[in-house]
Design a protein around this ligand. Structure first.
Ligand SMILES: *Cc1c(COP(=O)(O)O)cnc(C)c1O
Length: 430
């Protein structure tokens, strides 16, 4: 398998774009090697510019639950394009998508659309602060909420401490209101509430997908809800990734824990740039122009993006059984890989939520970021490179989640397990 064209393309890109990519994880830095450049996608497959074909378990990092070039999404986009790309004025498409999104979530009375998950979370945090007239926020080590300043906080120690920025360019003053707690550890959250009486919101990925796949314990979420309610603090579920991926009706349907605000993205854009945040009527009423909390966007609610999202969610609405089917396939995949690994004496931790799957080369269960960080990064890098050569495109970091699409067939899953056995065997026998 030659990847010469990709290697050459990456060299050129690096001269023109920092690191050759427009989002850092794409650069393959944590697994070594050079990223492949994509020519096209079709169903479950990606084809690179050298003509190699891969089964795609990244699916654009989540959005493409129906695979590449889904017919109904493609048709909806083409139809929307014919009427104009953007107006900066209200369209029916926004109301239709809003109606649809709200219909899936008990917790959402009203929703606002933006153009990315980062924007959705940043705006939800501002709204929570505006609504509560408080400044501090609590986030969990290992949860990712986009790259806005206040949320880009060192995910270092698990202890509840005031956060330090994890990137140059983020002033300490911008993150001093961000308190850190440890995932699945309610005592660490209690410590935050003991340290501060000024907590506007607690934000959490209820199904964490940015430290590998690490779902929150149900019990933990219930305790979190109670702590927030007792302290007049809003609970925000960041479901930018897990929304319509982990479950159809949100983590609230899985756990019975109702958040005050939910942030969405990825799947709700059907592959186009869309984010959203929504929640209870009286909270959303604080948002401009209804209320004083300012938030805006030239391309927010863009008609082409709304059409793609509407097509994707309509398909999910009509066919909600699909999540159970994808969950079965995801389980077959990770259980199969785990079985093959075990036969070679390699211990893997695996988990599945809906169409999301995760695996760690780790001897112990993973409940938080500190656990995830103890995984064998070298083994992962070798596994990633080996699978790529076999024609299977996995996320290029051990801290990412894998995705099954409706185009991923049972045969592909079986082939993936066989390839994993071969690759792990080669690693083991060095
Ligand atoms: C991807 C992601 C974001 C950021 O979304 P972008 O569209 O990349 O800005 C925020 N939160 C979570 C949980 C995500 O997975």
């Amino acid at each position: 398998m030659s990847t010469d064209a990709s290697v050459k393309a990456f060299e050129e890109a690096q001269n023109l774009i920092p690191g050759g990519v427009n989002s850092p994880v794409r650069a393959f830095s944590s697994v070594g090697g050079t990223p492949i450049f994509i020519a096209e996608g079709e169903g479950a497959y990606l084809t690179d510019i050298d003509g190699n074909k891969y089964v795609d378990f990244v699916q654009s990092w989540g959005p493409l639950i129906f695979g590449h070039r889904d017919e109904s999404i493609e048709a909806a986009v083409i139809e929307a394009v014919k009427h104009g790309l953007s107006f900066g004025a209200p369209t029916l498409a926004e109301t239709e998508l809003a109606k649809l999104v709200i219909s899936f979530f008990d917790s959402i009375d009203k929703v606002r659309f933006v153009s990315s998950g980062t924007e959705a979370v940043m705006s939800a945090i501002r709204l929570a602060r505006g609504f509560t007239h408080r400044d501090d926020i609590v986030k969990f080590t290992g949860c990712y909420h986009g790259h806005s300043d206040a949320l880009l906080v060192e995910a270092g120690s698990g202890a509840a401490t005031f956060g330090n920025p994890s990137s140059p360019g983020v002033p300490y003053d911008f993150t001093k209101h961000t308190l850190l707690a440890e995932y699945n550890n309610i005592e660490s959250v209690k410590k935050c509430f003991a340290d501060s009486k000024d907590i506007a919101c607690v934000i959490i990925e209820p199904i964490a997908g940015n430290m590998g796949l690490v779902p929150a314990d149900k019990e933990f979420l219930h305790e979190l809800r109670k702590l927030c309610s007792d302290n007049g603090t809003l609970l925000i579920f960041d479901e930018v990734m897990s929304g319509f991926r982990g479950t159809i009706n949100g983590a609230e349907a899985l756990t019975g824990v109702i958040p005050d605000l939910v942030t969405l993205g990825k799947v709700i854009g059907g592959g186009m740039p869309v984010g959203a945040f929504g929640g209870r009527r009286e909270i959303m009423a604080q948002l401009s122009p209804e209320g004083p909390v300012y938030q805006a966007g030239t391309l927010s609610g863009n008609p082409v993006a709304m059409a793609a999202g509407f097509a994707a969610l309509t398909k999910l609405k009509k066919n909600s059984i699909v999540m159970a089917v994808l969950e079965e396939r995801a389980k077959t995949l990770v259980n199969g890989m785990q079985r093959e690994a075990a036969a070679l004496g390699i211990i893997m931790q695996v988990d599945v939520r809906g169409s999301m799957f995760g695996f760690f080369f780790n001897e112990n269960p993973v409940k938080n970021f500190a656990d995830a960080a103890k995984s064998d990064a070298d083994m992962f890098a070798q596994f990633h490179a080996g699978m790529l050569k076999e024609g299977f495109y996995f996320a290029c970091s051990l801290y990412e989640t894998g995705f099954i699409s409706t185009a991923t067939t049972d045969v592909m899953i079986e082939d993936t397990i066989k390839a994993a056995a071969k690759v792990l065997g080669a690693i083991k026998n060095g």
